[in-house]
Design a protein around this ligand. Structure first.
Ligand SMILES: Nc1ncnc2c1ncn2[C@@H]1O[C@H](COP(=O)(O)OP(=O)(O)OP(=O)(O)O)[C@@H](O)[C@H]1O
Length: 616
C-alpha cells in the first residue's frame, strides 16, 4: 500500500462520507464499499466512536475457554511486536485481548478495542471484526478503509470462528497500526481461528457426551420428569415429555444463563399439577456445557413469607422454643446502622434490625446472601453489640474438620446442667457446605442448645439448599435473614468505598472522584463487598497518590466506550437512573415511568452510561 493509493483512498472515503457514494470505484475494494454503505445505513457516526459496553458478558464461557491456549500461544509468538490479538463473540463483543506491546495497548484503549465493547459494524462501522461478521468471511480492513475516522490509524484482519455445528461462534481478529499492516495478519488470523475451531470440536463433543451420560444416570435413578439442556439440544425422558408445554418451557428456562462456576442448586416452581422442586445439576460442574434438571413434586411447606418489609425476607418460623434471654434485650432504634460497618440503606438497616431481634432472643438464625455481602461481618457486629459478654466461635462448613468441631460444641452444650453454661454465639460460615456428618453434628447442637447460645448458620446463597441433610437441618432454624447484594443497595457503595479505602490505605486518606464513585455505584458487583475491596486495592496500586479516578478502575467500569469523565449533570442523571432501577427491582418500563421518560430514552441513556443490570 503506497502513499499515492492511500491518499486516493482517503479522498474516496471523504467523498463517500460527504455525498454517500463512491466517485472512484477502482480505488476502493467492492466489499469495502458494501460495508461503508451498511455502516452509513446503520447511522454510524464517521467522526466519533460510541460503542456499547457490556460488563456482564460471559468472559469465561466455552469459546474463551477453548480459545485461551491458542491465544496464549499466539501472544507469546507476537510478544514485543506491535500486534494485538482479539477474540469476540458472535455479536462482535470483545471477550479477550492480547497485546504484544505497551504503546499499542494505550492506542487500543483509546478506541475501546477492549473486553466488553462491541465492534459490530452497526456501531463501529467497517472494521476487521464487524465486517468479517457481516459476511461470515475473513476481512482485512486497512487505514482509510475503516468507515470511522477514529480507526484510520489501524489495520485489522478478522476471521470467523465456527462451532462444531458450523454456526458462527465468534471472530478472531489481529490488529496493528496501519503503517505496519502486512499480509501475514490475514494468515495469522485465519490460522488461529482454525486452531480454535479444532479445540471447540474436540472439547464440545466431549462436553455433550458428558451431559448425555449424566442425563442417562439421572433417568435411571429418578422416577419423575428429567430434562437435559445444552446450547443446541434438549433431551427429555418420557415423564418430562408428558408435562404440559408451559411446564416444559418453565423448566427448560431454568437452564438459561447458567454461568461458569455454577454448582448444583434447587428451585421451587409452580407447575400445572402444583408446586415442584427442580434439582438442577450443571455438567460438568463449574464449567457447564449443559444442565440436567430433575422435577420432584414438592412436599415441603417451607415458603418465603410475603415481604412485610420490602428488603428483608423472613422464613416463617416454626413455633419458637419458649426461651427467655438473659442477655441485653431488644430496644428502640433496632434498625440503626451496625457499629463499625459501613451501610445506611434501608435494606442494610432492615437486616440489622432482624439480626438484632434474633440475637437478643437467641433464636437460631440462617443468614442468607450472595458471596461477600457481609454476612459474617454483620453477625460479628451484632454479636459485639447485643451479646458483648458472650463467647464468639466460628466454624467453617467447608473445613473438613467442621463435623468434629461442631460435635465438640454439641457435647459441651449437653454436658453441663441447664443454665450453668456461659453464653456463646456459634456462627457456622458456609453452612451449605457441611457434609452429612457436619449436618448431623449441627442437628445435635440444635437439640442441646442452651437458651444463652445463639446459633447462626451463614449460607453463601440467597436460598437454603432444599435437599440433603443440611437442607433439612437449616429448614429447622427458627428464623432467617437475607443480606441483599450490593446492586440492590447502591446507597451503601460510597460509604463502603470510603470505609474500605480507609482500611486498605490508612495513612493515605484516599477518596474517589465523583465520577469514579458514580461508576462504582452503578456496577453489578457479583462478588459484592469482597469484590469492591479487591477493585479498590487494585485502584490504589494504579494511583499511588490522590483520589481514585475512572481511569484507575478496571476496564469494565469504562463509560460510553470511552473513559471520559462524566459531567456533574451526567453523574446526577446517572445516579437518578440507577436509583429508579433499584426501586423498580430492575424493571425498565417501571423505572422509565417513574422518571417520566420514554422507554427508548431510558435505553439510550443506559447504553450511554454503560448501565446494564442494576436492580435485578
Ligand atoms: N458493611 C461493611 N462494612 C465494612 N466492611 C464490610 C462490610 N460488609 C462486608 N465487609 C467486608 O467485606 C469482606 C467480606 O465480608 P464477609 O466475609 O462478611 O462476607 P460474607 O457474606 O460472609 O462472604 P462469603 O459468603 O463469601 O463467605 C470482609 O472483609 C468484611 O470485613
Amino acid at each position: 500500500m503506497n502513499g499515492r493509493s492511500r491518499s486516493a483512498l482517503d479522498r474516496a472515503r471523504e467523498y463517500f462520507v460527504d455525498r454517500g457514494s463512491v466517485n472512484a470505484r477502482g480505488v476502493v475494494r467492492p466489499e469495502i464499499v458494501d460495508s461503508w454503505e451498511r455502516s452509513r445505513n446503520a447511522g454510524v457516526d464517521a467522526t466519533r466512536l460510541a460503542l456499547p459496553y457490556e460488563p456482564d458478558l460471559d468472559f469465561d464461557g466455552s469459546l474463551t475457554h477453548c480459545a485461551r491456549p491458542v491465544l496464549d500461544d499466539l501472544a507469546e509468538r507476537l510478544s514485543g511486536m506491535s500486534v494485538a490479538v482479539v477474540l469476540t463473540d458472535a455479536d462482535g463483543r470483545v471477550l479477550e485481548r492480547r497485546v504484544g506491546e505497551g504503546e499499542l495497548q494505550r492506542r487500543l484503549d483509546e478506541i475501546s478495542l477492549a473486553p466488553g465493547f462491541s465492534y459490530a459494524e452497526e456501531f463501529a462501522g467497517t472494521n476487521g471484526v464487524g465486517t468479517s461478521l457481516e459476511g461470515a468471511t475473513p476481512a482485512l480492513v486497512v487505514g482509510a478503509e475503516h468507515f470511522s475516522e477514529r480507526l484510520q490509524a489501524f489495520a485489522c484482519a478478522g476471521a470467523p470462528v465456527r462451532g462444531p455445528d458450523g454456526a458462527l461462534a465468534g471472530i478472531l481478529d489481529v490488529t496493528c497500526l496501519r503503517a505496519e499492516a502486512n499480509d501475514l495478519m490475514r494468515f495469522l488470523a485465519q490460522q488461529a481461528a482454525t486452531d480454535i475451531e479444532d479445540v471447540l470440536r474436540e472439547r464440545g463433543g466431549a462436553g455433550v457426551r458428558r451431559v448425555m451420560a449424566a442425563f442417562r444416570a439421572t433417568c435411571a435413578r429418578a422416577r419423575g420428569p428429567v430434562l437435559a439442556v445444552t446450547e443446541d439440544i434438549v433431551m427429555a425422558n418420557r415423564a418430562a415429555r408428558a408435562l404440559p408445554a408451559g411446564d416444559q418451557d418453565q423448566v427448560t428456562m431454568r437452564a438459561i444463563d447458567v454461568g461458569t462456576g455454577a454448582r448444583p442448586w434447587q428451585e421451587r416452581v409452580l407447575l400445572a399439577d402444583g408446586p415442584a422442586r427442580l434439582m438442577i445439576t450443571p455438567v460438568p460442574t463449574g464449567r457447564p456445557v449443559g444442565v440436567v434438571i430433575e422435577v420432584v413434586p414438592s412436599r415441603s411447606n417451607l415458603r418465603l413469607a410475603g415481604r412485610e418489609e420490602p428488603l428483608h425476607r423472613v422464613l416463617p418460623a416454626p413455633p419458637a422454643p419458649a426461651r427467655s434471654s438473659a442477655l441485653p434485650g431488644a430496644g428502640p432504634g433496632l434498625d440503626r446502622p451496625l457499629a463499625g460497618l459501613a451501610g445506611d440503606s434501608r435494606a442494610w438497616r432492615a437486616a440489622a434490625r432482624a439480626l438484632r431481634t434474633a440475637a437478643s432472643a437467641a433464636r437460631s438464625t440462617v443468614v442468607l446472601g450472595e458471596p461477600g455481602t457481609g454476612k459474617a461481618a454483620a453477625v460479628r457486629a451484632v454479636h459485639g453489640e447485643m451479646r458483648p459478654t458472650a463467647r464468639w466461635v466460628t466454624v467453617d462448613g467447608s473445613d473438613p474438620e467442621a463435623a468434629v468441631v461442631l460435635a465438640g460444641y454439641a457435647s459441651e452444650a449437653s454436658a453441663s446442667p441447664q443454665g450453668s453454661r456461659s453464653a456463646a454465639t456459634v456462627a457456622i460460615r458456609h453452612a451449605e457446605a457441611l457434609d452429612a456428618a457436619g449436618a448431623g453434628a449441627l442437628t445435635a447442637l440444635l437439640e442441646e442448645v442452651p437458651p444463652t447460645w445463639w446459633v447462626v448458620g451463614l449460607v453463601t446463597a440467597e436460598r437454603t439448599p432444599e435437599h440433603g441433610q443440611i437442607g433439612e437441618v437449616l429448614a429447622g432454624f427458627a428464623t432467617s435473614v437475607l443480606i441483599d447484594p450490593l446492586r440492590r443497595r447502591p446507597d451503601d457503595i460510597p460509604l463502603l468505598a470510603t470505609a474500605l479505602l480507609a482500611r486498605l490505605a490508612p495513612a493515605r486518606r484516599a477518596g474517589c472522584t465523583p465520577e469514579a464513585a458514580a461508576l462504582l455505584a452503578g456496577a453489578r458487583w457479583p462478588g459484592n463487598v469482597t469484590q469492591l475491596a479487591d477493585v479498590l486495592r487494585r485502584a490504589l496500586a494504579a494511583r499511588p497518590a490522590g483520589d481514585i479516578t475512572p481511569a484507575d478502575l478496571p476496564g469494565e467500569f469504562a463509560v460510553s466506550g470511552t473513559r471520559r469523565r462524566l459531567t456533574p449533570l451526567e453523574a446526577a442523571e446517572r445516579d437518578l437512573i440507577v436509583s429508579a432501577l433499584v426501586e423498580a427491582n430492575g424493571n425498565r418500563s417501571q423505572a422509565a415511568a417513574a422518571l417520566g421518560i420514554g422507554r427508548a430514552t431510558l435505553y439510550r441513556r443506559l447504553r450511554a452510561f454503560g448501565i446494564t443490570d442494576v436492580g435485578r
